[in-house]
Structures are given as structure tokens and as C-alpha cells.
Design a protein around this ligand. Structure first.
Ligand code: PA5
Length: 471
């Protein structure tokens, strides 16, 4: 690729969908004519998504936060100056983005680096409420030098609230009256309990804007504060999202998110109800977790917008290249034709590791000598694409020139927009999560929260009817 090309264009994330097509993988693939027809007929998804832009505030986060960024940076600086450890308490959309971006853009052993070479304080995201996990965390952190970012859009999620209560008590023991200064709240401006707590105790507070649901919130303070605390260039992240948004707005041709959505729709019509995401880079390992939530929670819906029962959605599966070549790829080549595999490849890895000329006397090993882990990884990606394609299974490649803040911002916007277009194509609300709410409400009922008595009775009736099926 020409070096005279502007840097932003050289860093463009691209999609290669050759191996989705019948021409390359045979009859299980998509015929050119079907793709062209669908591409033409589905363009309303772009028009409608663009038209709904004002309600989809997540889409403009790259350009509307000029008053928010200084506050994010101020709080991040305070944390970086005053604390050795930074812990996020949050779950789902309030955790997966921060985890993914940290893993993508910082050292893979970030917490183990010496403080002088680390990009910021040690970083933990406590999403699960396994009691051992909390207990073990408290064993290793020094509360006197730890800041906690409590992230909950609703300000009421049981898991996060329980963690908050535990941490408040622990902080009171450790630092006495200073406890509230160790807590930073990210929540809705008005709704929920957290905002009241934050105000009552004068805590630093950032807001999840209206129109930004949990799984679409990585580019608002939910993700920006943890990233800034860990020394990540949040402006480059937003710039990447803006660049991808520009590639997608108001057009279908050359719009990678739209292309992905049309391919997904055609794949679903061919019976592919599973979407495997398989990055070939450890730095993108948790990006697959972020994507899985986005795809599953947004598209897994029982009814469409007209109230018809549809039970739609594609089950996301997370995999990692090359690790899962040795665990799942047999299924992807030999198994049923029920999945699409999205590989994510990286042209230039941040590190370059040579394979030394050792044991050259053993021919079965010597072929590796003098090569690099980079070349081995690239070859294995190519070889796996080849094997999957040869077996007639649909797959595509998202190509990242590098993993940097600009390309990660693009990747976030690419998949968010693909998901929004899919919502239009499936005629469902991609931004609600009634199934998640049902589980949250059942938890409130079981734990005796006020106002959930009817739900509790409903649960008791349901559990009585399952007793005779136990062994
Ligand atoms: O995407 C979503 O809306 C959910 O996964 C939420 O992020 C998750 O349930 C946590 O909710 P909250 O941020 O309100 O605590």
C-alpha cells in the first residue's frame, strides 16, 4: 500500500467478503445475483438508520462530547495522580467495552508491568459477583490507594449495587471519612439510585447520555474514563469512530457496515443462525466478548416491531485465532452449515518476534527457523480461511492495518452500525433488552425488593411446577 496515502486512509478497516460468495466456496455461498439484489433492496436500512440519528445518540458520540471530554480528562488525571489501582464496578454494557478497549490498546500484561512503565494505575473490571472474586480482589488491592468507578446506566443493577455496598463498607474501614472521594460514578443524569448517592456525597460524576444504551456506550464516559485513566488516546478512539461513520453515512456503496448487514441477512436466510467472531490477535480477544453482547442482546428478539412473533437473532460465538484452531475449527469445517465465521486479521502487530535458528538438525522443526511469529500467525489465518472455505462454509475477513486507538474506534462503529442496520432489516427494536430486564426483575423479586411482590409470586408458582422433574 502506498506510503503517500494519508495516515487515516492507510489505517482504514476493510472487509473482504470473497469467501461468503458461491463463486469462491461453492453452492453453500451467496450467489452474486442474490447479493446484488439484496444490496439494492435493503438500502432502506441505511436511510432509516440515518433518519433516526437523533434518537441514536450513540452514533454521534464521536462529535458531541466537547464539553464532556475535559471533565473525563480531569477525573482521569486525578486518578492517575492519586491512586495506584483503578477498579471498574459494572456489568454487561458497563463492563465489556472497557475490558475490550484496555486489552486491545495496552500491554497484554499491563497490571504486571512496573509502575514506571505502565500507562497508568493497575486496572481491574469486576463484572461478575462470584464471592470468591470479590474476596480475592480485596486481598490484592490496597483500598487506601484504589479508586473505584461505579458504572451503571440504570443505577439499579443488583450486581453493581451489591458491589458498591461492599466497597463503601470496606472503604469506610480503610480510609474513614475520605471514602466518598475514592468513588467515581458514571450513570444516568436523572434516573436510578446512583445519581442520588453521587450528589449526596459530592462524588465525581459522569453521565451516560440519553439514547445511549449499555452495549452502545463504549464511546461515552462509560468507556472513555477507564481508557483515559489507563493512558489510552480517547480522542483517537473517537476519531476512528467518526471516520467509520463517515464511510457509512448516507450511502450503500462502499459502506462496510451495510455490506456486513446485507451478508448477515442473506446468511440467516440460508440457515446460518450462528455468528462466530474469531480475531487473530490476543489484543482483540475481549473485543469478541463485546461483539457477542452487542449482537446477541440487540438482535435476539421474540417479536418484531409489528408485534409478530419472530424469535430472531444469530447466536454469537467467541473464538480466538490460533488458539481455537485447536479446539473449534474442526467443527467450523466439518460441522453443519449453520454458521458464518468472521475472522479479524491484523496486518502489522505491535510486536515482531523472530523464531531463532535453533534445533536446525530436526527437519520437522527447521522449517520454522528464521521465520517470525508474525508470519506464522498470518499463515495460520490464511490457512484456516482456506480450510473453512474449501469445506464450503461461509466466512469473511475484517482487516485491521494495526490495532491502535483509531482502528479500534472504527471497529466499534463498524459493528454498532451493522447491528443497527440489522435491526432495520429484521424489523425489530435493536435497542431494547426485555429478556435481560425479565431476569433483573426476577432477581429483585427473589431478594425481596420493594414493589416486586407479584413477580415473586409468579416465580414461586413457576418453581413449584418444576419440582417433579428433579432427580
Ligand atoms: O446493554 C445493556 O443494556 C445491558 O447489558 C446493561 O449494560 C447491563 O444490564 C448493565 O446495566 P446498567 O448499566 O444499567 O447497570
Amino acid at each position: 500500500m502506498s506510503n503517500t496515502m494519508p495516515w487515516r486512509d492507510r489505517m482504514r478497516v476493510k472487509v473482504d467478503f470473497s469467501n461468503m460468495m458461491a463463486e469462491n466456496i461453492g453452492e453453500r455461498g451467496i450467489r452474486d445475483i442474490d447479493f446484488s439484489e439484496a444490496f439494492e433492496n435493503c438500502s432502506y436500512a441505511v436511510t432509516q438508520t440515518d433518519a433516526a440519528r437523533n434518537a441514536m445518540r450513540w452514533r454521534d458520540l464521536h462529535s458531541v462530547q466537547s464539553d464532556v471530554l475535559p471533565e473525563v480528562k480531569r477525573i482521569a488525571e486525578r486518578v492517575r495522580r492519586s491512586y495506584d489501582t483503578f477498579v471498574v464496578l459494572g456489568i454487561g454494557g458497563s463492563a465489556l467495552g472497557p475490558i475490550a478497549v484496555q486489552q486491545a490498546l495496552n500491554h497484554l500484561h499491563y497490571n504486571s508491568l512496573p509502575a514506571e512503565t505502565r500507562n497508568g494505575p493497575k486496572f481491574y473490571v469486576e463484572d461478575n459477583i462470584d464471592p470468591q472474586r470479590m474476596s480475592d480482589l480485596l486481598d490484592i488491592i490496597d483500598l487506601r490507594s484504589t479508586a473505584f468507578n461505579v458504572i451503571s446506566k440504570s443505577g439499579s443493577t443488583s450486581e453493581t449495587m451489591a458491589q458498591l455496598l461492599i466497597i463503601i463498607a470496606a472503604l469506610k474501614d480503610a480510609v474513614g471519612d475520605e471514602w466518598a472521594s475514592h468513588l467515581i460514578i458514571t450513570t444516568d443524569r436523572e434516573r436510578g439510585n446512583l445519581i442520588g448517592v453521587a450528589k449526596a456525597h459530592g462524588m465525581d460524576t459522569l453521565y451516560v447520555p440519553d439514547g445511549v444504551g449499555g452495549r452502545f456506550s463504549e464511546l461515552c464516559p462509560v468507556g472513555l474514563l477507564p481508557a483515559a485513566v489507563c493512558g489510552i488516546d480517547i480522542e483517537a478512539l473517537l476519531d476512528g469512530a467518526r471516520y467509520m461513520d463517515e464511510l457509512c453515512t448516507g450511502k450503500t456503496a462502499g459502506n462496510p457496515a451495510y455490506t456486513l448487514a446485507v451478508l448477515s441477512l442473506l446468511a440467516i436466510k440460508k440457515g446460518c443462525n450462528i455468528s462466530v467472531i474469531m480475531p487473530y490477535s490476543d489484543s482483540l480477544k475481549y473485543f469478541a466478548d463485546w461483539y457477542a453482547q452487542l449482537w446477541a442482546e440487540s438482535l435476539g428478539k421474540a417479536t418484531d416491531r409489528c408485534g409478530n412473533i419472530v424469535h430472531c437473532g444469530q447466536t454469537p460465538v467467541k473464538a480466538l485465532g490460533v488458539t481455537d484452531q485447536h479446539s473449534q475449527v474442526q467443527l467450523y469445517t466439518g460441522g453443519p452449515f449453520d454458521k458464518v465465521i468472521t475472522f479479524i486479521g491484523v496486518d502489522n502487530h505491535r510486536a515482531n518476534v523472530c523464531i531463532p535458528r535453533e534445533l536446525t538438525e530436526i527437519p520437522d522443526i527447521a522449517f520454522l527457523c528464521g521465520s517470525t511469529l508474525n508470519a506464522l500467525l498470518d499463515s495460520e489465518l490464511y490457512a484456516t480461511q482456506y480450510a473453512v472455505s474449501k469445506s464450503g462454509h461461509m466466512n469473511l475477513l475484517v482487516c485491521m492495518p494495526e490495532v491502535n486507538a483509531f482502528t479500534v474506534g472504527q471497529l466499534i462503529m463498524l459493528f454498532e452500525l451493522q447491528t443497527a442496520y440489522m435491526g432495520e432489516l429484521l424489523n425489530i427494536d435493536a435497542f431494547d433488552q426485555p429478556g435481560v430486564e425479565e431476569g433483573k426483575n426476577a432477581t429483585y423479586a427473589l431478594l425481596g425488593k420493594r414493589g416486586f411482590d407479584d413477580k415473586r409470586e409468579e416465580l414461586e408458582r413457576a418453581s413449584a411446577s418444576t419440582i417433579r422433574y428433579r432427580v
